[in-house]
Design a protein around this ligand. Structure first.
Ligand SMILES: NC(=O)c1ccc[n+]([C@@H]2O[C@H](COP(=O)([O-])OP(=O)(O)OC[C@H]3O[C@@H](n4cnc5c(N)ncnc54)[C@H](O)[C@@H]3O)[C@@H](O)[C@H]2O)c1
Length: 336
């Protein structure tokens, strides 16, 4: 099967591409290698893909309509996984426009490509951030998520709604995946685990927001990748039990459309996550305790009962194992 995967120089996209290639799929990767964070890390992830048979790379911007059209017209992918996006919740304070360019305009170009080239299934990344101000735990896809706290979350929520409209109008099966805080080898330098590891190894203090008391469904990257690949193989249809009187947000009666959470069911307190990291590094962190940051949610907890029932698996890797794998990779990659 030929799969167009966007964001293949990124953290999750590079892992997804590796797994698809390993099972024999052809992968057309698409990434602009922008400088939101260290470009050499993106190049290193990409280098591991470029030397594999079955991988073709397109270096272009999703916001470039002609480039996306050409990618679809030239390669005619059977299925598409959209992972390229402007990620991160805080960068929007200085760079709001890039979120709309990459995540909204770029996503529209992907939907248009799927529409005009008979794509059988579009799987795209959403985020647990769409739950925003919701406090009913665990977060369920069946609950409304109408109160985003960041522009990032708002653009991801827009993706879900744009996907629903295209699934309805043009019959493109679409599955949106709400990832919960992903970590692991080849991770993102703007995320806590990476920042903490670097600071602890350099003997510098780490910023611990909310005094370390918030809990997160920290989810190991292999668990996320398994979810992406499994859902890619499960093309959704219309839900015959859906009712417009009581519209379930996770499915649809008027479109082949599905939303799934992918997150670890066991939330872990930030202080415990740091303790696990200290054990793996064999060093203590110097912690600078700070209040909760604007736009951050106090806790996240994933309800994955639909993932278990329909997709046949649950994220299982505990932080003790996942953080150890990250530290092993970090030490090897940076030679520290
Ligand atoms: N990592 C997490 O914890 C997490 C949680 C929830 C959702 N997500 C979502 O998962 C997806 C992958 O995230 P990630 O952590 O791998 O991030 P990442 O930043 O490492 O990867 C994204 C990749 O997309 C590329 N990209 C960005 N904008 C582009 C554009 N306009 N055109 C072409 N390429 C572009 C970047 O260069 C990067 O390589 C994103 O959609 C993100 O929003 C991630």
């Amino acid at each position: 099967m030929k799969v167009l995967v966007t964001g293949t120089a990124g953290f999750i996209g590079s892992h997804v591409a590796q797994v698809l290639l390993a099972r024999g799929d052809e992968v057309v990767g698409f990434d602009n290698l922008n400088d939101y964070y260290d470009v050499s890390l993106k190049q290193a992830r990409l280098a591991r893909l470029l030397d594999k048979p079955g991988y073709t790379h397109i270096s272009a911007d999703l916001a470039d309509r002609a480039a996306v059209e050409e990618a679809f017209a030239t390669h005619r992918p059977a299925r598409v996984v959209n992972l390229a996006a402007q990620a991160g919740v805080r960068y929007a304070a200085e760079n709001p426009h890039v979120y709309v360019q990459s995540n909204v305009t770029g996503f529209l170009h992907v939907l248009e490509g799927c529409r005009h080239h008979d794509v059988q299934h579009l799987v795209y990344a959403s985020t647990s951030s769409v739950y925003g101000a919701n406090r009913a735990m665990p977060f369920s896809e069946h609950a409304p998520a109408e109160h985003p706290l960041t522009l990032y979350a708002a653009t991801k929520k827009a993706n879900e709604q744009m996907a629903h409209s295209y699934a309805h109008l043009y019959g493109i099966p679409c599955t949106g995946l709400r990832f919960f805080t992903v970590y692991g080898p080849w991770g993102r330098p703007d995320m806590a685990l990476f920042l903490f590891t670097r600071a602890i190894l350099e003997g510098k203090p780490i910023k611990v927001f909310n005094h370390g008391h918030h809990k997160r469904s920290f989810t190991y990257v292999d668990d996320i990748v398994e979810g992406v690949v499994r859902t890619l193989d499960r093309v959704p249809g219309k839900d015959p039990d859906w009712s417009g009187q009581h519209p379930d947000p996770a499915t649809s009666g008027v479109a082949p459309y599905r939303l799934y959470n992918i997150g670890n069911e066991q939330p872990v307190e930030l202080l415990r996550y740091i303790e696990v990291l200290e054990d793996c590094l064999g060093r203590k962190a110097v912690m600078e305790m700070l209040p909760l940051q604007a736009g951050d949610v106090p806790d996240t907890e994933a309800d994955v009962s639909d993932l278990i029932a329909n997709v046949g698996y649950r994220p299982v890797v505990p932080v003790e194992e996942g953080v150890a794998n990250f530290v092993r990779w970090y030490r090897g990659y940076y030679g520290v």
